[in-house]
Structure formats: C-alpha cells, structure tokens
Design a protein around this ligand. Structure first.
Ligand code: NAD
Ligand code: WQD
Length: 337
C-alpha cells in the first residue's frame, strides 16, 4: 500500500515524502510541476535510497487521478497540490478558485470511487483571517481576507461536509503556520520562482547577494520591536506532523482540525538577527511601510496536536535559519543550480 502526495514535488511535499519514505511506507507523487521540479524527488531518492514514483499530471483532471488510483494501491492521501501566492490570488481569483477547489473536489470523487477514504489536507493559518486573539485555537471561527485564503476555508468546508455525509471518510485538516528551513542535508529546500514573497527565502537571497536589501514591512506594529510577529515552523517538524496525522487518520472517522505551529512568535528582526548570528553573514535591511493585508501578530496554540496526535515541533529558530542558509548556500539557484 502507498501514500499518494498530490503536489508532492513542492516545498512541503518533498520534505514530507522524505519523512514518509524514511518511516518505511511507500510514496506516490502526482504533481503538474507548475511550481516545482522533478529534481526535488530525485534528491529525495538519493537521501532515502527509495524511489517515489512521479506521475506528472493535474489534480483537476479526473483522468490523471484515475490513472494514479488504478495503477497504484493508494491507501491514504496527503493533498498538498494548490496555488499559494496570496498577491497573485488577488489578481487572478478565478485561477485560484478553479485550481484549488477543483483539485479538492476531483480528488475526493476519485478517492471515493476507488474506496480510499483517508485524506490529510494542507490548510493554513490564513483561515484565521484578522482575528487578534492569540494564541490561535482551532475552535475560533474562520474567515479570510484574500481569494487564496478563501480557497482554504472553502476546501475545509467541503472536506468537513464530506466527512459528515459519509462516515467512511477519515479527514485531517492541518493548519500550517509559517513553514521555513530545509532538510539538514541542504539537498532539498524551498525554491521560489522569481522574487520571493515570503520572508525567509527573501532573507536567503539577500544574504547570497542576489537581492540587495530586505524591506522590513512595518516597524510600528504593537509588538516588542514594532515588526510583524509570526509562528515560524521548521519544514521537517511540519513533515513529521504529517506522519502523525496519517497515523491518526487510520482509525479516526470524521474531520478533525489541527494547528501545526510551535506556539512561539518571532518578529522579523528576530529572524534577521538570528540568521546573521548563526550563519555569520550580513542581511542588509531597511524599514518600509506596512504590507497591505498584513496583521501584527500571528501564532498558534499547538496544544491539540500535542495532545491528540502526540506531535510537537522540536526544532528552534536557530535550526530554521541555519538549515535555510545551508540549502541556499549549496543551491544558489535552487534546483537549477
Ligand atoms: P509548493 O508550490 O511548493 O507545492 C505545491 C505543489 O502543488 C507544487 O509542486 C505545484 O506544482 C503543485 N500543484 C499545484 N496545483 C496543482 C494541480 N492542480 N495538480 C497537481 N499539482 C499541482 O507549495 P508548498 O509551500 O509546498 O505548499 C503545499 C501546500 O501547503 C499548498 O496547498 C499550500 O497552499 C499549503 N500551505 C503552504 C504554506 C507555506 O507557507 N508554504 C503555508 C500554509 C499552507
Ligand atoms: C512574514 C513576516 C511580513 C517579506 C504567508 C501567507 C500565509 C501562509 C504563510 C500559505 C510578515 C514580513 C515579509 C518581506 C517583510 N501561506 N516580511 N519583508 O504573510 O505571515 O504568511 O505565508 O498559506 O497565507 O500570507 O508570511 O513570510 O510573507 O511574512 O518584512 O520581504 O515578514 O510583513 O510580518 P505571512 P511572510
């Protein structure tokens, strides 16, 4: 039996593929490679000594999914496939709704047709919208501020309704906070195309000299140093969270939501200062106006994942900064290096 990872060639998917393979289970990947490279999976194979077959195909296409389910004995699915750039989703809402919702709907239909009912879904802390009550608990109401976020809220609802209507479904919704870092080998990592939107890859490219300076968006927030505070989580901790979720899904019907975060908030300046100190590199920066749509502070209450899944994040901010830079240093142009 095998675990299907949709979007498994991507950043979080490739780290999770590695973790699942190392745990002794088989992995099959379906990815359209729109935002990823086959090279990531080749490196996963080098690191684990095991191959995860890649089917280049699209989750919105029933025939591509049919091919996977008829060719492999899929027991459980982790559904990473999706578009994830917040800004782009504001400019191209139909692209985001079509891709992200269609992928979820088509996948669920094909799973049911093939008697596969266990699914772990990549949701996001973005579903908490502008809630200011910290830490964020799973019981808070959801609501979003951009089309990308709405695709996550809507997919969550689709999955919850599906579980409510059909008790054969075992569904786990994982709300990731801010995934950063890379596998400690430096062989796989985050490889954004173009100028990164997110803080850690931007810092890495400034440190490497590819980008001149970091713009710190806002230094007048009501936080300890005025810069935005987030719950950064090491991608390998996140990958291990998926393994715990897959184990849980095996014998729990229904739909259950879990935050995957550390529970600790760090500011933009905490990241810059830790990155410089641990890696002995300079990250030139200047203060810039707030980025529209940003909130001051966002961090998880990770207690439920600890209690129910037996999972908690182990790696520190130092680990995150060291591993992100190790990947960047060894792969200055990502998988094209
Ligand atoms: P990623 O872009 O690296 O990985 C997503 C993968 O899905 C890519 O390989 C892409 O080619 C593929 N894909 C997209 N649409 C597809 C489709 N229709 N059919 C087949 N493949 C498709 O992104 P990631 O950072 O690894 O994120 C994985 C998931 O986690 C996404 O759903 C994302 O929304 C969610 N998430 C990410 C973050 C983050 O900050 N990275 C935070 C919260 C949630
Ligand atoms: C972090 C902090 C910025 C870039 C996003 C998505 C969210 C989720 C995770 C998918 C903020 C500041 C950033 C820069 C900066 N993704 N910053 N200069 O916005 O918390 O979350 O990724 O689900 O949906 O919105 O992450 O890394 O963009 O920003 O000062 O060049 O860094 O203002 O305080 P964010 P981020």
């Amino acid at each position: 039996m095998a675990i299907l990872l949709t979007g498994g060639a991507g950043y979080i998917g490739s780290h999770t593929a590695l973790t699942i393979l190392n745990s002794g289970m088989d992995v099959v990947v379906l990815d359209n490679l729109l935002n990823s490279s086959e090279e990531a999976l080749k490196r996963v194979e080098q690191l684990t000594g095991k191959k995860a077959p890649l089917i280049v195909g699209d989750c919105t296409r029933k025939e591509d999914l049919e091919k996977v389910f008829s060719q492999y004995p899929i027991e459980q699915v982790v559904h990473f496939a999706g578009l994830k750039a917040v800004g782009e989703s504001v400019e191209k809402p139909l692209l985001y709704y079509r891709n992200n919702l269609d992928a979820t709907l088509t996948l669920l239909e094909v799973m049911r047709a093939h008697g596969c009912f266990d699914i772990v879904f990549s949701s996001s802390a973005t579903v908490y919208g502008t809630i200011q009550e910290m830490p964020l608990r799973e019981t808070l109401p959801v609501g979003c501020t951009n089309p990308y976020g709405w695709t996550k809220c809507m997919s969550e609802q689709i999955l919850k309704d599906t579980a409510a209507a059909d008790e054969r479904f075992h569904i786990v919704l994982l709300r990731y906070f801010n995934p950063v870092g890379a596998h400690e080998s430096g062989m796989i990592g985050e490889d954004p195309s173009g100028i990164p939107n997110n803080l850690m890859p931007f810092i890495c490219q400034v440190a490497r000299g590819r980008l001149k300076e970091l713009s710190v968006f806002g230094h007048d927030y009501p936080t300890k140093d005025g810069t935005g505070v987030r719950d950064y989580i090491h991608v390998m901790d996140l990958a291990e969270g998926h393994l715990a979720a897959l184990h849980y899904a095996r014998d729990h019907a229904g739909a259950e939501v879990f935050n995957l975060g550390t529970g600790t908030g760090y500011s933009v300046m905490d990241l810059v200062n830790t990155f410089e100190a641990v890696n002995q590199v300079k990250v030139p920066y200047h203060f810039a106006p707030r980025r529209p749509g940003d909130i001051a502070t966002c961090y998880a209450d990770p207690a439920k994942a600890k209690e129910v899944l037996g999972w908690s994040a182990k790696r520190t901010l130092t680990d995150m900064c060291r591993d992100a830079w190790n990947w960047q240093k060894h792969n200055p142009d990502g998988y094209r290096s």
